[in-house]
Design a protein around this ligand. Structure first.
Ligand SMILES: [Zn+2]
Length: 248
């Protein structure tokens, strides 16, 4: 009998005592360049196993300059930083919606771009921001991505591509009212988190860290056998094909 946390209905399988994700194509929505790095170890693990990892970032990160003199070049600097992170993760493709940082709006034109991305990628699963957050871009990315997954499956706006039904939605951050539904042990890829963070050179001031510290942390994690987890939450309206705990 399937259980709520490990049933095949979620694409989660237990193998040799560990939880793995059994997908061929995933789509990770993030509001800003670097939001997605929260789940960088999971993305790297899946990419190494042949899963196609697509990342869609809503904004260009234009407000993320800790020094005024970086203002004019911050967008191009962050574009290079994202490319460097992708080389470590093994990202298949990174898609940029291109909204201005702090300026992502939940309007019709932006919403249609989200639908277009879902229909073009045709993912087995979408990972996105949860509903509990302070940043307007995070909240709008949450709302736009959830609604786009739903609307992409409907016979509307057909110039955006063929209908596509994404079976699963998970949150990888932005859930404050409950414990994670999935705790994934990604210890063999734990070092990917600090390594990809180190590529975000313009953000190290914000994170109060340095390249040296992150490289040291990556080396420590590479040599560690301790569990290291990424956590995920089911989308609030996750559909089940059975009643957990009631029969087969
Ligand atoms: Zn963000």
């Amino acid at each position: 009998m399937p259980t709520a946390k490990t049933g095949g209905d979620y694409g989660i399988k237990k193998r040799a005592g560990e939880q793995t994700m059994d997908y061929s194509r995933i789509l990770v929505f993030g509001a800003h360049p670097d939001d997605e790095l929260t789940m960088a170890p999971t993305m790297a693990m899946l990419a190494e196993r042949g899963v196609e990892v697509y990342i869609c970032i809503s904004t260009n990160g234009s407000e993320g300059y800790p020094k005024q003199e970086w203002k004019d070049e911050i967008v191009s600097l962050r574009a290079q930083e994202q490319a460097d992170a992708d080389a470590i993760i093994g990202t298949r493709e990174r898609i940029c919606i291109g909204a201005d940082d702090m300026g992502l709006t939940n309007d019709k034109a932006t919403f249609k771009e989200f639908i277009r991305v879902v229909r073009q990628v045709r993912p087995d699963v979408v990972f996105t921001h949860g509903p509990h957050d302070m940043h307007r871009d995070h909240l709008n990315t949450h709302a736009l991505s959830i609604e786009a997954v739903w609307q992409a499956a409907n016979p509307v706006s057909m110039e955006l591509g063929e209908q596509w039904r994404t079976p699963y939605i998970f949150y990888y951050k932005g859930v404050a009212d409950r414990q994670p539904d999935i705790v994934l042990d990604v210890r063999n890829w734990a070092h990917v988190r600090p390594l990809t963070q180190a590529t975000q050179r313009t953000q190290l001031t914000l994170w109060n860290t340095t390249d040296e510290k992150l490289q040291a942390e990556a080396n420590r994690l590479r040599n560690s056998e301790a569990p290291y987890t990424n956590t995920f939450w089911f989308y609030d309206r996750t559909h089940l094909s059975y009643l957990p705990g009631l029969g087969e």
